[in-house]
Ligand binder design. Sequence first.
Ligand SMILES: NC(=O)c1ccc[n+]([C@@H]2O[C@H](COP(=O)([O-])OP(=O)(O)OC[C@H]3O[C@@H](n4cnc5c(N)ncnc54)[C@H](O)[C@@H]3O)[C@@H](O)[C@H]2O)c1
Length: 627
Amino acid sequence: MSEKSPIGVIGVGWVGLVSAACFAELGHHVWCRDIDAAKVESLRAGRVPIYEPGLEDMVTRNLERLHFELEVGPLMEHTRLLFVCVDTPPTYSGDADLSRVEAVIEDLPASSEHAIVMKSTVPVGTGANVARRLGELGKGELGYASNPEFLKEGSAVVDFMQPDRVVVGADERTPWAATEVARLYEPLDCPVMATDVASAEMIKLASNAFLATKISFINEIANVCEEVGADVGEVAAGMGLDPRIGGSFLNAGVGFGGSCLPGNELVIIRDGDGERLSNLEQLFGEHQEQAVTASDGAGLSAPSGLEVLAWKDGDPDAQFFPVSTLTRRPFSGHAIEIVAQGGRSVVCTPDHPLIIQRGETQFVLAAAQVRVGDRLPAVRKPDERDDEGVLGGRTGRTPGVSSGAVSAIEQSARAITWCLVGHVREEPFDGQVYSLEVAHAQTFVTGGPFGLVVHNCFPKDVSALKQLAGNSGYHFQLLTAVIEVNELQKRRVVSKLKKHLGSLVGKKVALLGLAFKPHTDDMREASSVVLASRLQGEGAIVRAYDPVAEERAGEMLTGVAMCDSALDAVEGADAAVIVTEWPEFADLDLSEVKNRMGNPVIVDGRNMLDPQAVREAGFVYEGIGRT
Ligand SMILES: NC(=O)c1ccc[n+]([C@@H]2O[C@H](COP(=O)([O-])OP(=O)(O)OC[C@H]3O[C@@H](n4cnc5c(N)ncnc54)[C@H](O)[C@@H]3O)[C@@H](O)[C@H]2O)c1
């Protein structure tokens, strides 16, 4: 028996498995529970199902101290501290989905000997809610502590073993739990911040928000650098030498997310003049006074007093929610038209997120990934049956109608129903497209009184920020700007490609790197997904290579040809885009790359290549924020 206290881990994904392996490395027996039987079996055999540097070796080395279980019983028998590391993905409303955390709480038996230690990233207030729920379930004596995780995929093992800080939030009912958690980290020789549960939860969310702000800040600086002929790499290096600023998270890049709808798409709005139908073009025009616009017509407005019919996850009905931002930009390429039950339809850019139900599961997917047979939420028509009129044409919307009154019967019928998708098709588009950002609901209803609910235009990978800003009911202006900057940044890769290739229709574009960062195969929130959809929407043929994420990426990137090497991906390509800064891309044989490419254009989305060397090798080089 080990001298060190045994530890329980519930959920062995990235955070759980890394934590378990590292605690085992520190000499603890670790009893892990996961509900995924295949994962448990694989881990029992010493096979690590995720790619994370150093993890497989560490698991193999400590296999005798690592116990993988499908039931919670052995954890209760052998351990006292139960680290909860289950996933808390964003729901389509932008909140964290706490259903796995709730399932864990339901599963645990009553005990005064055990404590839940929350490592999953959860909204502020979760600790208090869990304590209340435990009381309701007659398990009020179970202890609780918050121990947020700051590890970064790709360097998770090192981050765990050499942390900058450990944060432990104590629940005043059971302070012993936090004391025992803090003791576990003593061998790591790092600052341990002891605080209350709400502050610990807030430290994690505020840290995420601040890092995103830093990225958006340097991306804005990069854009100015391009205008004035400065090099953002040098600028960031110079800034980073100031310890008050710090050098990390100052790498300009391709940002993430973004998507829009044409100007004739209808929404139902409510403002000083009451409720009415308006199309997006007209709406933007009405709020142009508050807009900032650029020479190409792109603009952004923060309207006041404007609400739009939208739907909040879980509500039975659609309701009015405030519009925080309206944007407009030029778009030329292929738009996606989705026609669903009852003739409802929407046209949007291929990367526009949509809430869909596929089988039993709900997702938020880019429009380009939606299939016939998926279901989309919509406002129910009076007397409508769930299986009515699936494959009709687009009768629910009235092209050309720019505004109008909403009749009383339409106003009263706002229950949500799920409509089967009958057609998905591409159509050429050249003109201005518009986006709408709706606070709280994160969705809006398009196409008229009985229209489809679509997701907000901005991306979901800032869900931590949305939790912070939206759920508290606080309008966090700085973070709204952070999200918008990230949104605009994403478009720059496409404009850079168009600058050199003209129209992207039929052009072959190679994406080098797909994972959301190097040294991981995690594709959740990867910008490559949005970029690939956007390129396909512009009519480009997309080929891609990632050293480790190919399998996971293949599940998410419809219509993208996966290649076995970078050289294979650039074969015949009109341009190559570096999306993830895998070190092997720095060592590419440039003359071989040039031989293989049909047209030597490289967009270095991560500023990882030496511009001079690339140009000397005969390429057109585009970095981000450098000339
Ligand atoms: N991945 C990261 O870089 C990172 C960093 C810091 C914090 N976090 C947070 O840590 C948490 C876990 O993230 P992850 O990336 O490790 O998730 P993951 O999806 O990789 O792993 C979650 C695991 O929990 C298991 N699980 C789900 N419900 C369960 C239940 N009821 N009982 C037992 N096991 C269950 C799943 O099968 C899965 O193996 C999230 O809240 C995340 O936001 C993640």
